[in-house]
Design a protein around this ligand. Structure first.
Ligand code: ATP
Ligand code: LTN
Length: 321
């Protein structure tokens, strides 16, 4: 099954990214799976150049630490495969201004800043190119990316109708649990790097005391009844979902075992700490050898180009170039 997914190397990786995306990448990796660190996408918001370079390598090490195996799948950095930027232009001439300006993520991010970049508007076109260059059949993403995936399907179908069958129309796949991990301080919005409220996010590399503190302070309600109910108990349900996601149970199964919020929070902290510890350990080992990481990235880019190059040329020729 041909798979492609991407993650932005902006900020630090948090458990929303891990539970909602990366963990699923690890379980579904195979020789037909392509995973990319989308550093071009990260340019849509302000980020220091040196920081972007460093975080891109941090993310590579994190993905390897989380269990991606470059001998099994293809792991690469988007900007190292020039076809992504080239395909972006072709697809900008297929997508319409109207459909891009209706994207929820664009509206949200644009409303938070003045003089936002054109790239923020065209972001989903670059993403569509990432997916279509690899003829991906499946795209594992969290719920927040569903609209972008729908747009990708639209663009692919429109292109195929207009210029002939070049693209595979992809499908989104959502993780079984935790498609949407919410902010611990504000369970009405998703845990997100760009909306960081420091106490609302658990980072993959938080230490035990930080994890404990954040879970202890997580917003719940006051009636102290442990029950899985997103409408009435969003904060608590978020914790139950997180618990279930790490323990492999369902949230109601977890809820049944607890009568007090404090006990649930204490056990959840322990579970998160012990689940992340081996990843943190592997990360430290991998991150220490930057040369090896760069060599891996170069190999990944080469493997990716072998697939993306021919597809790009087919699309360009179909359009008359
Ligand atoms: P931002 O919200 O600042 O744009 P992000 O935290 O969503 O960034 P991305 O790199 O855009 O991070 O997302 C990487 C993957 O993680 C995507 O597949 C996305 O759907 C998933 N993801 C991000 N946040 C969450 C979350 N809170 N719950 C579940 N999945 C998430
Ligand atoms: N827009 C996505 C990141 C992303 C992506 C992709 C995901 C860029 N290209 C291709 C899946 C497939 C995000 O913000 N999470």
């Amino acid at each position: 099954m041909r798979i492609l997914s991407g993650i932005q190397p902006s900020g630090s990786m948090h458990i929303g990214n891990y539970l909602g995306a990366v963990r699923q990448w690890v379980t579904s990796q195979n020789p037909e799976a392509f995973y990319c660190i989308v550093d071009l996408h990260a340019l849509t918001l302000q980020i220091e150049p040196d920081k972007l370079r460093e975080q891109t390598i941090d993310y590579l090490a994190s993905l390897l630490a989380a269990g991606l195996d470059p001998d099994v799948c293809t792991l690469f950095i988007q900007s190292q495969v020039p076809y992504h930027a080239q395909m972006n232009w072709l697809l900008e001439c297929v997508a319409t201004y109207g459909e891009l300006s209706r994207m929820t993520q664009f509206k949200e991010k644009a409303s938070r800043q003045e003089g936002y970049r054109v790239g923020l508007l065209t972001y989903p076109v670059l993403m569509a190119g990432d997916i279509l260059l690899y003829s991906a059949e499946q795209v594992p993403v969290g719920q927040d990316q569903r609209q972008h995936l729908e747009l990708t399907r639209e663009i692919a179908e429109r292109f195929n109708n207009r210029y002939g069958e070049v693209f595979t129309v992809p499908e989104g796949v959502q993780p079984v649990a935790s498609a949407r991990v919410m902010d611990l301080q504000d369970p009405s919005r998703k845990m997100s790097k760009s909306l960081a409220s420091p106490m609302g996010l658990i980072y993959l590399f938080d230490d035990a005391s930080q994890i404990e503190k954040k879970i202890k302070k997580a917003v719940t309600d006051t009636d102290n009844e442990v029950r899985f109910d997103w409408d009435k108990k969003p904060g608590l349900s978020n914790l139950l979902e997180m618990f279930a996601s790490f323990s492999g149970e369902t949230p109601p199964q977890v809820a049944e075992r607890y009568s007090r919020y404090g006990d649930l929070k204490k056990d959840l902290s322990e579970l998160v700490i012990s689940s992340l510890a081996p990843i943190q350990q592997r990360y430290r080992e991998l991150r220490a050898d930057e040369g090896a990481l760069r060599a891996l990235a170069a190999q990944g880019a080469e493997k990716a180009s072998e697939v993306a190059g021919p597809l790009y040329r087919r699309a360009a020729v179909a359009m008359g170039l």
